[in-house]
Each structure stands twice: as C-alpha cells, then as structure tokens.
Design a protein around this ligand. Structure first.
Ligand SMILES: CC(C)(COP(=O)(O)OP(=O)(O)OC[C@H]1O[C@@H](n2cnc3c(N)ncnc32)[C@H](O)[C@@H]1OP(=O)(O)O)[C@@H](O)C(=O)NCCC(=O)NCCS
Length: 165
C-alpha cells in the first residue's frame, strides 16, 4: 500500500467521490439509494471533520469515507453512521481498511464513541471489512426497506471505541 495515501476530502474531489458513490450503488449491494446525491446534498449531510479520500501516486481518488450524525439528541452526539466506497477497479487492495482506520482515528480524537453502519447481508466484502476493523453485529433488521421492488434485510454493525470511557 506504499502507493496509496489517505487525506481529508475537499470540494475539488466532488466529481470523483460522487462517481465512485454511483458505481457502488450500481453494483447493487451498497445501499437502498439508487442515485448518488448532488455534492451540495452530500456536503450538507456529512460532518466536514471526518471525511477522507484515498489517492494514488498521481493524486487520483480511488475511494472515500464519510460520516453523518445519527440523531440531534445530545445523548447521541458521539454516535455517527458512516459510508465507505472504493472504485470497483481498485477494490481488494486494502483501500477501504486504510480509510476506515483513518476514520476511526479521527473520530476517536474528536470524542466520537460509536460508529455504526447498516450493511446488506449479501455484501460479504463490507461485512468482512468491518468485522476485521472491530465492528460487531448488533442484529439483522428484517425486510426493513425495499430496493428495486424487493424487501431487503440490513445487518446493523457498530464499533464502540475502547479509548473513550
Ligand atoms: C466494501 C468495500 C468498500 C471494500 O473495499 P476494499 O478496498 O475492496 O476492501 P479492502 O481491500 O480494504 O478489504 C478489507 C477486508 O475485507 C476483505 N474483503 C474484501 N473483499 C472481500 C470479498 N469480496 N469477500 C470477502 N472478504 C473481502 C479483505 O480480505 C480485507 O480483509 P483483510 O484485511 O483481513 O484481508 C468495496 O467492496 C466497495 O466499495 N463496495 C461497494 C460500496 C459498498 O458496498 N460500500 C459499503 C456499504 S456498507
């Protein structure tokens, strides 16, 4: 992984970030969403302090990670939900793990204690990635939403920081 670095996401990354997002949605096992949002909607929904991209030697964006708050209630101020997407041509090289490690470090440094994610049971890569990074399965939400007309289950995973007591 010497040729890949992780840096904060900036507005100039928008086109690549949204293209990678759309490629993940098109593959069918990433999210209930069908279409990637506009940059404005993406930007509004996600915390600016905890967004990263993975770039190659030439600066090309190969993947991204970002989080959204889960609640406006003060008690859940340290609980966020994340998304991670890697360009299909760059998958299987450890890029998502690099992004996840950067996110874990940055959220823990900011006092965020729980990262959660909902993952389709069919998304073996994402389930493996998250469990290796210390996420645990909370449970399976049954037929919680419809995707292309089909009811689908979602596995809820969370990672509770051990350094925030
Ligand atoms: C899920 C996703 C982000 C993984 O990205 P990636 O860069 O290919 O993942 P990594 O190479 O970092 O692999 C992380 C771990 O998952 C494992 N893994 C990767 N692909 C796998 C697969 N198809 N099946 C099983 N395990 C897999 C790897 O072995 C690795 O574990 P290890 O470090 O112990 O060897 C990527 O497949 C993707 O962008 N998918 C579309 C969008 C998506 O589904 N996002 C997640 C939404 S919840």
């Amino acid at each position: 992984m010497v040729d890949i670095t992780v840096r904060p996401m900036v507005a100039a990354d928008a086109d690549r970030v949204l293209a990678i997002y759309q490629a993940g949605l098109d593959a069918g096992n990433a999210s209930f969403e069908i279409t990637a949002p506009t940059w404005s909607a993406f930007d509004t929904a996600r915390l600016s302090a905890h967004r990263f991209v993975a770039v190659d030697r030439d600066g090309g964006v190969l993947g991204w990670i970002a989080v959204s708050p889960t609640s406006t209630r003060a008690v859940y101020a340290g609980v966020v939900e994340h998304s991670v997407y890697v360009d299909p041509a760059a998958q299987g090289r450890g890029i998502a793990r690099l992004l996840l490690d950067a996110l874990i470090a940055s959220t823990e440094a900011a006092g965020i204690w729980t990262i959660q994610s909902g993952i389709f049971p069919e998304n073996a890569a994402s389930l493996t990635l998250h469990q290796r990074a210390g996420f645990r399965v909370v449970g399976v939400r049954e037929r919680v939403g419809r995707h292309h007309g089909r009811w689908r289950d979602v596995v809820l995973l969370e990672r509770r920081s051990r350094v925030i007591a």
